[in-house]
Design a protein around this ligand. Structure first.
Ligand code: NAG
Ligand code: NAG
Ligand code: NAG
Ligand code: NAG
Length: 354
């Protein structure tokens, strides 16, 4: 099988300047618009690799790429628009240009840092002349600097904080070793390797958070073993078990309980939840019974204890009563998506991790 063919199928990159320039020519953007910052690999690359010294393997700036929608190659690894382009449209934003294409001061509704072939492991991509994930973070920092200069610090910080960070990364970290260096997994277990990939992704996500990003949309990894290039590797047309295993190891299932929303709701509407008191603790001393003297073992012997803890939201200075805990547990166990996302614990217990 030819490696360039695989690259063409799998890796991203870009195309014609002209169509992008046309599409980003909007000048009347409202300052309150929420920006979109796009990161990652060829799934999201809208032309970054047109601006760097990479090889045709990591470019898509030639026909038939782009034939369906742009009618020109743009560098996108598809016949037409990418997922990120449709998200942009749904968010009513103008088409987002690659960061490397933007002239200084040109920032409109966001920017796209994604580069075909990029992975989370720098060691993997260092000889490939693509913009790896860590470098994309550096570019985000550069952008913030430019924005501060152009818009002022407060406005720049607002754009960074309110913006949505759309990220697709990791596929290349798994595909490349399987294609070029399958023996790798004789010296490192798949579990440890995935741990390294996740560790490096985490480092960059923390970096984005530090820059000021707060709204992250993380794309997982598709069924890599079943892309045509991997089917080719198995030689009999079935999906690559190794690739699918790496993909599954990369995933994890979680539940997030919106403790803040549910607690605030009880404070706003105590009687709805059977509480009479949501300000004072049941047990403690002084104003609000807020001194942590409950039990008399923390240096102060005297303390007050209410008669009906079930009427109190707070049992002591810092902690909820049993009634409140039971309500929280019920919400976590089988509450709706409004408080426990993306699945409740009943579903999480049932989930089989392969
Ligand atoms: C681009 O990369 C090639 C090697 O792949 C190198 O020979 C060439 O000098 C590079 N060009 C620039 C402008 O860096
Ligand atoms: C990032 O990847 C490198 C290998 O490229 C590895 O040595 C390092 O431990 C990883 N970092 C984290 C935080 O996992
Ligand atoms: C195809 O080949 C793989 C090994 O490359 C093997 O594990 C799998 O069982 C084969 N599938 C079929 C349907 O023959
Ligand atoms: C939710 O779970 C609790 C605890 O098991 C149970 O008492 C309650 O009936 C369940 N509610 C629904 C709607 O299933």
């Amino acid at each position: 099988m030819s490696i360039p063919t695989l690259h063409i199928i799998l890796f991203a990159s870009l195309a014609s300047l002209a169509s992008l320039l046309v599409s980003t020519g909007r000048a009347d953007q409202s300052r309150e618009e929420v920006a979109l910052f796009i990161f990652g690999d060829s799934i999201n690359d809208a032309g970054t690799n047109n601006y760097i010294n990479t090889t045709a393997d990591f470019r898509a700036n030639f026909p038939p790429y782009g034939k369906t929608f742009f009618h020109n190659p743009t560098g996108r690894f598809s016949d037409g628009r990418l997922i990120a382009d449709f998200i942009t449209e749904f968010a009513k934003l103008p088409l987002i240009p690659p960061y490397l294409q933007m002239k200084d001061g040109e920032f409109m509704a966001g920017t796209n840092f994604a580069s075909g072939g990029a992975g989370a492991l720098v060691t993997l991509t260092k000889d490939l002349y693509v913009v790896d994930f860590k470098m994309q973070l550096k570019q985000l920092k550069q952008l913030r600097k430019k924005l501060r200069k152009k818009e002022g610090k407060d406005q720049a910080n607002r754009i960074i904080k309110e913006g949505v960070y759309l990220i697709s990364i990791g596929s290349n970290d798994y595909l490349m070793p399987l294609v070029y260096n399958p023996a790798l997994f004789q010296s490192i277990s798949m579990e440890d390797y995935v741990g390294m990939v996740i560790g490096n992704i985490t480092t960059v996500l923390k970096g984005m958070y530090k820059v000021g990003g707060r709204k992250f949309a993380m794309m997982g990894i598709g069924p890599l073993g079943c892309v045509p290039g991997m089917r080719l590797l198995t030689r009999n047309g079935s999906c690559s078990g190794a690739a699918n295993k790496l993909t599954r190891l990369h995933g994890f299932k979680y539940s997030y309980f919106d403790f803040y929303a549910s607690g605030s709701e009880k404070i706003r509407h105590p009687s709805k939840y059977g509480f009479k008191e949501v300000e004072n603790a049941c047990c403690g001393s002084g104003p609000y019974r807020a001194s942590p003297t409950s039990g008399g073992k923390r240096g102060v012997k005297e303390y007050s204890l209410c008669r009906h803890p079930e009427k109190f939201l707070f049992f002591d200075t810092y902690h909820p009563s049993e009634r409140a805990n039971k309500q929280s547990a019920q919400l976590m166990w089988n509450g709706s998506l409004s408080v426990i996302r993306p699945r409740n614990l009943e579903a999480l217990f049932k989930y089989e991790h392969v």
